[in-house]
Design a protein around this ligand. Structure first.
Ligand code: CTP
Length: 406
């Protein structure tokens, strides 16, 4: 399931008997693709073990402001979150939050965030109906905090009444309502990244300068917009949470992996720098230097042959509605060359960059591209980080998809 792909959710757990239900909520969120960062109050530790949440969540549980790896965990957690849910929320935490008192990591994070917050109170009926609690709830609601009222039912100690934590599935549904899925939800996006390596012998390869960073940024962007993402790469960088990585090395292996995944894909982005040529003959052992001549016999010259053109093959078998994106590294006549490539390989969008410019393309943290699509004016995206470029590329893909489906 990819409903919450790429979404960062902070799951706050307070000390109440319903804390055990936060474990089920955590599992539902992770299964839906969310990155879940759990925070437990010290009281919560009386009800469930830290290990339980750490094992199920996407990162170890956070409990205090003072012994986290990060010197300012509350601001980091608050800034990174797309949503904070507190389930269960006790009367104490409601009160602290309403009064703006940051007495522990959870309340500090609640006050340090601009993300939407969902509180799910759970307590005994007498506490829930107390005017102090009701006034705090009203204050929080007035400030835009979302409150999921407790249900009636069996409470701790066998009592029955209002105050029972809402069902985890109900809390999950509420979170989904608050975090609408991205504009690529329900699609399968295949992205290739990195430079291929073509073996000469057991140790030597023909390679290129591609770092794979632009392809990874595109995979992360598609993932954050709700797509199911398959990343076929020759390099292993930090794989975005929720993305499936297939590691390959040669153009042929990349072609095979693309054949496996791309047939049903809605979007294929060929960001990889695929070698156009490979050695005709490769040795499975290391070729040794001739001690007399200092030459590796058989390596005075290397005969090369063409690799499969993966993008052109995709273009030749393109399904109706499928969007194909290619890259073009050019040093001159950027738009004209990109337009020719667009036609020749039957693709929908070419992301062209002038690799002769400084800070652009291979190995850099930044890029500057021109987006060339059929029947549209080229769009120039100035020098920016690779994630911003990825955003522009995926914006163009979404636009092309909207044209082809209407
Ligand atoms: N590509 C591919 N398979 C290859 C070579 C390239 O799928 N064997 C893809 C790249 O991933 C990229 C685009 O095609 O998306 C780049 O094309 P390029 O290698 O520049 O195209 P060529 O037709 O080789 O044009 P030129 O060498 O003139 O630049």
């Amino acid at each position: 399931m990819t409903l919450l792909n790429g979404k960062h959710i902070v799951l706050g757990v307070c000390g109440g008997i319903a804390a055990y239900k936060s474990v089920e909520l955590c599992r539902l969120l992770v299964d839906a693709g969310a990155h879940v960062a759990p925070i437990m109050t010290s009281d919560a530790e009386h009800f469930i073990g830290k290990v339980t949440l750490s094992a199920l969540a996407s990162e170890p549980v956070h409990t205090t402001l003072w012994d986290d790896a990060d010197p300012i965990p509350h601001t980091r957690l608050g800034q990174r979150a797309d949503l904070i849910v507190v389930a269960p929320t006790t009367a104490r935490v409601l009160g602290a939050y309403a009064a703006g008192i940051s007495s522990d990591l959870l309340t500090a994070t609640l006050i340090a965030t601009r993300a939407p917050v969902l509180v799910c109170p759970a307590m005994h009926t007498e506490m829930w109906e107390h005017p102090a609690v009701q006034e705090n709830i009203a204050t929080l609601r007035r400030r835009g905090v979302n409150v999921l009222d407790p249900e009636s039912g069996r409470l701790a100690g066998g009592d029955i009444g209002a105050g029972r934590l809402a069902d985890p599935q109900r809390i999950f549904d509420e979170i989904v309502q608050l975090l609408p899925p991205g504009d690529l939800y329900g699609t399968h996006v295949v992205v290739t990244a990195g430079g291929t390596r073509e073996p000469i012998d057991a140790v030597r390869v023909i390679a290129n300068r591609s770092s794979g960073k632009q392809g990874y940024a595109i995979a992360a962007e598609a993932n954050a917009r709700g797509a199911k993402v398959t990343l076929i790469s020759t390099v292993e960088l930090a794989v975005p949470f929720g993305v499936t990585l297939i590691q390959v090395e040669t153009a042929q292996q990349m072609q095979d992996a693309v054949n496996m995944s791309a047939q049903q894909a809605d979007v294929v982005v060929m960001a990889a720098a695929v070698a156009d040529m490979r050695p005709v003959v490769t040795s499975t052992s290391k070729m040794k230097k001739n001690p007399k001549t200092g030459v590796i016999d058989g390596l005075e010259s290397i005969a090369l042959e063409a690799t499969p053109d993966i993008l052109a093959n995709l273009g030749a078998s393109k399904r109706v509605g499928q969007v194909l994106v290619g890259f073009a590294a050019e040093t001159e006549n950027l738009v004209a060359n990109a337009q020719a490539k667009l036609q020749r390989k039957n693709v929908d969008l070419i992301v062209a960059n002038n690799v002769a410019d400084t800070g652009v393309g291979f190995g850099h943290e930044t890029n500057a591209v021109t987006l060339v699509a059929n029947g549209a004016e080229p769009v120039v995206v100035g020098l920016s980080d690779k994630r911003s470029i990825a955003k522009s590329v995926m914006d163009a893909v979404v636009l092309i998809r909207s044209h082809s489906t209407h």
